[in-house]
Design a protein around this ligand. Sequence first.
Ligand code: NAP
Length: 486
Amino acid sequence: MVSRVIPVDPFDLIIFGGTGDLARRKILPALFRRYCAGQMPFEARIIGAARSEHDAEEYRAFASDAIREFAVGTYSADALSEFLSRLDYVTIDAMGDLGWEELAGKLTEARVRAFYFSVGPGLFGELAERIHAYGMASKETRIVVEKPFGHDLTTAQALNATLAAHFPESQVYRIDHYLGKETVQNLMAVRFGNMLFEPLWNAQYVDHIQITVAETVGVGGRGEYYDKSGAMRDMMQNHLMQLLCLIAMEPPAQFEPDAVRDEKLKVIRALDAVQPHHIVRGQYDAVPGDDGHPSYREAVDNPRSRTESYVALKTHISNWRWAGTPFYLRTGKRLKARSSVINVMFKNTPHSIFGEDAGQHANVLSIRLQPNEGITLQVTIKEPGPGGMRLIDVPLDMTFSEALGPEDADFPDAYERLIMDVIRGNQTLFMRGDEVEAAWAWTDPIIAGWEARNDVPKPYESGSVGPRDADLLIERDKRSWRGITP
Ligand code: NAP
């Protein structure tokens, strides 16, 4: 089974912030991989644009280094030089007139123009305005913006208004790279492509759902940014919220951008406010005697920081499908293992015909998003042997790389898929403005509550599963977290 690659139409992609970290680590390597896969046509052009002065040759050298460092997989030197020949560069100032006429002169008429705003959000308005002023906006123009999309509801509304003043929503692509992951899309395939699960996908059969996004890394070099943000803003408001939407939404009538995004929005709007005793914040400690693993406060160079590197919460979705089913969400840094997984915990059978000795058994559907992508269904069987009717739980495991073979399991990186979707004009995997605002409207009161109560995050050991209070949060409901395993 070899997956089909359908080339996109020739396009011009302009990367504002073309010399930045995101362009180097993600955007340029992703484009190169799509070029090697035969999806990006030779006629396509990529124009880096930033303030630093470079000519096209210097920019190609920059891109070549980036690709050598960050593009995974094998490729030929010929492919690399062909790809680099598609690159150009313009020295431009988003805040002034420098470079704009030159950029306008380089664009090809009558093809898709994607402007990737890989710069701080303070420049979005300036860029959007100048794209119009220099006559570069057309029906085939697309604007790509990165997270963070606002810091709270007010700033997100202001950003949306800025973009809306220049471009209709149908031309704005807000990237949450989580949505570009193969396995995240598989959530929809598993739910809506199999008759088996959907009839059971409701409060009558599901006891509760756990969503875990655990990282082993600390804040690294992002300390200054992260300390103003925290796990709630950096992960929960966007990535975990998106996973919650996909796992809980009603089946859209069609797999089309607005049909899917309408259903996701309904989930966010049906979320209950989180009670203060249903949320736990944490901050990781140093690894004793290991200078390479400082505490959170040391890493962000703020000894009094009250920003959380971990958050766990319980919430409910107030609608017919999910009334009464708790959703437990947790995410954190410096945890025991890197693991993103959704566990759908089914209820016990209504009556055990095997008597008390057989114990309590329930099915669990685990959807592993990373690493080791796949699905495991925990089923109950008879323990083999002559010792009577004892039951055990065994995993029915499907690891995608084993099921599909190594070639088909070589999934494109999220950025590869998302950039190609921008060119194709498919917004399904991009957040709509109202979705982002609804997510902030749910998040803001939680953060405001912490601030009003002067809440201090609980310390937790690096390499652990998080603060003890997070265990108590779920244990109070006579449930427990599934282990965090790679
Ligand atoms: P960065 O490394 O600081 O790069 C910023 C880029 O913007 C540079 O190329 C810089 O070029 C350019 N720039 C700054 N002011 C400019 C101006 N007035 N006119 C034209 N260009 C200007 O930032 P980054 O990490 O690449 O992040 C870019 C955006 O993506 C940010 O919004 C960030 O939050 C978001 N993001 C980044 C990552 C990541 O992994 N890096 C992940 C998710 C989201 P010069 O220095 O040459 O001016």
